[in-house]
Unconditional design. Structure first.
Length: 204
């Protein structure tokens, strides 16, 4: 089996693992569940992954690689920082609407990070990379004079937390509010707070 075929097989297994963890959670899921959903043999799955934990850690790796490529390309675009932030918000709401299961699984991995050092390390990597991306956008916005002088670390953390608010729509009813309305409102609030007035006001 060549490398591309191996990659397809791995993604087939990880796609099954995503479905299983959303349905059963990490603790109640078993390798046999992944075998059943993937329609592969148990031997085929154990050829690539030695345990349930190994499968789910690899699922986090897949997301890191996939989303890092997209988000880093977004940061490299020659667009105003405000547009890059707006693109970031829209990217995540589009991802949520296309596949909310990813966000449901992330909640499960958050829970695992509090109990397992390997998951904690993986999840920390995801969020640290995301924070650095946001910090880069904010720093460029301040340098260009588009954004106010701000505490970059606090502002980046605030933006990340607000984007992650999408996850709560996967487990709680929000009445008449949908995730896209939430993101659009929050992003407008954030950008209004960051952007310098064009009427000649100070940086304060």
């Amino acid at each position: 089996m060549n490398i591309s075929q191996q990659q397809i097989r791995k993604e087939q297994i990880l796609s099954a693992a995503l479905e299983v963890i959303v349905q059963k959670g990490y603790e109640k899921s078993r390798m046999d569940d992944i075998v059943q959903v993937s329609n592969l043999s148990k031997g085929a799955i154990y050829w690539y992954y030695k345990s349930k934990k190994d499968v789910y850690l690899s699922l986090v790796n897949l997301w890191v690689n996939r989303y890092s490529a997209v988000l880093n390309h977004m940061n490299a675009d020659e667009k105003p920082a405000s547009q890059q932030l707006q693109d970031l918000f829209q990217y995540f709401i589009n991802q949520y609407e296309n596949d909310p299961n990813v966000f449901k699984a992330l909640l499960e991995f958050w829970s695992m990070a509090g109990r397992d050092a390997d998951f904690k390390q993986k999840v920390n990597r995801v969020y640290n990379e995301f924070l650095e991306l946001i910090k880069g956008i904010l720093t460029n916005g301040v340098k260009s004079g588009e954004f106010k002088s701000i505490d970059i670390d606090i502002a980046a953390l605030s933006i990340m937390v607000n984007i992650e608010g999408i996850m709560w729509f996967t487990i709680f009813e929000a009445g008449d509010i949908d995730a896209r309305s939430y993101i659009n409102t929050i992003s407008n609030f954030i950008l209004s707070g960051l952007t310098l007035s064009t009427s000649g006001g100070s940086n304060g």
